[in-house]
Ligand binder design. Structure first.
Ligand code: SAM
Ligand code: SF4
Length: 334
């Protein structure tokens, strides 16, 4: 089938990230405030049928890969049902899940059976007390159990997402890298992004990912650029010589990857976001049942998709060309 989701810059869009809820059982310091988050009322959240309808239309326009995210996707009841509905849509080849891992272990088997092929588990520290501090109360034992269960049920690849923050967890880079020596995992270091951050807390904690390569050099580890780990997206991948696993660097701030952007985002309240960073969004809810209108909406979204975000300008305190989103990361899905 002809792929037709191409934007003004020739970027082909075959990947949709679906946030199934804006709610979460944790309150990670870089993502949500401790208190005072306002959540969408249930009636504004897309139903499974509505999500499947949107995905059906996008699949007919060439979307092949889905990622289920949130908020925390596993707080959405009966998520397995949605996964099964999405895997039955002709053209959908791959369904990944991004989760904080707290609720994953008991549901991993069912999610796998429903059609999830691979998981990214967020884990910003290997130390129980620090993990609890970053997530404001999360129990690392549950996440580690989910990791083991993910291996057992056969998700492949399994990736750990680590957002690096200065003075918070940047002293654990070597520990995370050491994990890849022994285990067939991909640790993905992610630069802290200024999404929904009004104050300077972000700038003070931002760490450029060159720090990871510095740690490799200090330890005498040779990191070779490694081939494709399936579903890489914007990650640059490396393997320490002789290691069982690999690591990836996602550095949207110090070196953006927008020229290869292939993704659209669907928020839990039904908005298509052409770019994570900017404010523009297009709500599909009023077009349910009208495929032509929905297609036109997707093309409008693609038509205004800018060439790149401007997170580096935020770091440098420079003016920006458009308006950044007021949504928090939990309301977009990462
Ligand atoms: N709750 C799930 C989780 O934590 O994996 C899925 C949603 S979460 C918003 C998706 C990803 O975004 C997580 O890996 C999280 O670490 C990352 N994230 C959230 N806020 C971020 C920020 N300000 N900068 C960089 N990554 C962020
Ligand atoms: Fe929740 Fe994920 Fe945001 Fe943490 S990063 S608060 S787990 S949505």
């Amino acid at each position: 089938m002809e792929t037709i989701l191409v934007d003004r810059f020739g970027r082909v869009h075959d990947y949709l990230r679906i946030s199934v809820t804006d709610r979460c059982n944790l309150r990670c310091v870089y993502c949500m405030p401790e208190e005072g988050m306002e959540f969408e009322p249930d009636e504004r959240i897309l139903t499974f049928e509505e999500i499947a309808e949107v995905v059906g239309v996008l699949a007919r326009l060439g979307v092949r890969k889905l990622r289920i995210t949130g908020g925390e996707p596993l707080v959405r009841k009966h998520l397995e049902q949605l996964i099964a509905m999405l895997s039955a849509i002709p053209g959908i080849e791959d369904i990944a899940l991004t989760t904080n891992g707290i609720f994953l272990a008991p549901r991993a088997e069912r999610l796998r059976a429903a059609g999830v092929t691979r998981v990214n588990i967020s884990l910003d520290s290997l130390r129980a007390d620090r993990f609890a501090m970053i997530t404001r109360g999360g129990d690392i034992r549950k996440v580690l159990a989910s990791l083991e269960e993910s291996v057992r049920v056969g998700f492949q690849p399994i990736k750990l997402n680590v957002v690096l923050m200065k003075g918070v967890n940047d002293d654990e880079i070597a520990d995370f890298l050491a994990m890849t020596l022994e285990r067939d995992l991909t640790v993905r270091f992610i630069e802290y992004m200024p999404i929904g951050h009004e104050d300077d807390g972000w700038r003070n904690k931002y760490v450029p990912l060159s720090a990871v390569m510095d740690v490799c050099a200090e330890r005498g580890w040779t990191a070779d650029a490694s081939g494709e780990v399936y579903g890489n997206g914007p990650s640059r991948n490396y393997r320490i010589r002789g290691a069982a696993g690999s690591f990836g660097l996602i550095h949207p701030v110090s070196d953006h990857f927008c020229e290869t952007c292939n993704r659209l985002r669907l928020t839990a309240d039904g908005s298509i976001k052409p770019c994570l960073y900017w404010t523009d969004e297009f709500n599909v809810r009023k077009h349910m049942g009208d495929e032509q209108a929905m297609r036109e909406l997707f093309f409008r979204a693609l038509d205004i998709k800018p060439l790149n975000h401007e997170m580096a300008q935020v770091l440098a305190l420079e003016a920006q060309s458009h308006t950044p989103t007021a949504r928090r990361m939990s309301q977009i899905g990462g």
